[in-house]
Write a protein that binds this ligand. Structure first.
Ligand SMILES: Nc1ncnc2c1ncn2[C@@H]1O[C@H](COP(=O)(O)OP(=O)(O)OP(=O)(O)O)[C@@H](O)[C@H]1O
Ligand SMILES: [Mg+2]
Length: 239
């Protein structure tokens, strides 16, 4: 239940779950977040590894005892193992940056903000603080407009500076990458076009005069006639 939540909001979820329990309910929760693990009355840890290497209960007890358990989860809960932070690329005054000035959309209080370039920047904060407004409603549309891409009007701000450093802007969110269930990463980036061309020059394809289009799994004669290329059959259950 905790996916994507700020630690403060996590606490609210935990409180809600405790209220449900205190009202006499039984809760079984699948969870990775330590705040929720530690709030449990009982912790069942599965492992030791994924797939073939898993399938066992490696710990079953209180969260406190789990901290000392000889399992991967126990090692992290007991702070004997730590998540690596990777290689940090420091930001200093000479780091090129993208600057948004006078941001005022929705609840944003007329501030300036800069995003160092060639770095990983995280925007965080409690729910409703303005993250989506800043990134999705102001920054992204302002960038897309600069690159002449179709976009909604950018949220209220005075200026976007430093955009000459950039060659392009791509907004990646949780929405599906293609309009159809048939698209996949290879077709989305165009890699499958090249693969189809290779198929089309194979000796048997040449002998049968198959063109690259024949090797599309989305359209024409090349796709599976039964599923229409979707990889599964949709059966309407209307009686
Ligand atoms: N379309 C809108 N019109 C008016 N106010 C809005 C609109 N969208 C968001 N707001 C307000 O702007 C403020 C910031 O909301 P925003 O969605 O940017 O927060 P957030 O940090 O992304 O929150 P969350 O973590 O829940 O996604 C909130 O007070 C919200 O009610
Ligand atoms: Mg948001």
């Amino acid at each position: 239940p905790s996916i994507g939540l700020h630690p403060r909001d996590m606490n609210r979820i935990v409180e809600a779950m405790h209220r449900l329990r205190d009202a006499g309910n039984t809760l079984v929760v699948v969870e990775h977040d330590p705040a929720v693990m530690l709030a449990a009355d009982r912790l069942i840890d599965m492992g030791p590894g994924p797939g073939e290497r898993g399938g066992q209960i490696v710990f079953d007890g209180t969260p406190d005892a789990a901290r000392n358990a000889d399992t991967l989860t126990g090692a992290y809960l007991g702070a004997r193992k730590h998540v690596g932070i990777g290689l940090r690329r420091f930001v200093n005054d000479s780091t090129p940056k993208l600057i948004l000035q006078g941001v005022r959309e929705h609840n944003l209080k007329n501030f300036d903000v800069s995003f160092p370039l060639q770095r990983l920047t995280v925007v965080t904060g409690v729910s409703g603080s303005g993250k989506s407004t800043l990134v999705q409603d102001v920054l992204v549309p302002a960038l897309l407009r600069h690159f002449g891409k179709p976009t909604e009007g950018a949220g209220e701000h005075d200026a976007l500076l430093g955009v000459d450093w950039l060659a392009d802007a791509v907004f990646v969110d949780q929405s599906p990458i293609g309009k159809t269930a048939r698209s996949n990463p290879a077709s989305y980036v165009g890699a499958f076009d090249e693969i189809r061309k290779l198929f089309a020059v194979a000796p048997l394809a040449v002998e049968r005069s198959y063109t690259a289009g024949m090797f599309s799994f989305n359209a024409g004669d090349g796709r599976c006639p039964t599923c229409g290329g979707s990889g599964f059959e949709h059966v309407e259950m209307q009686f």
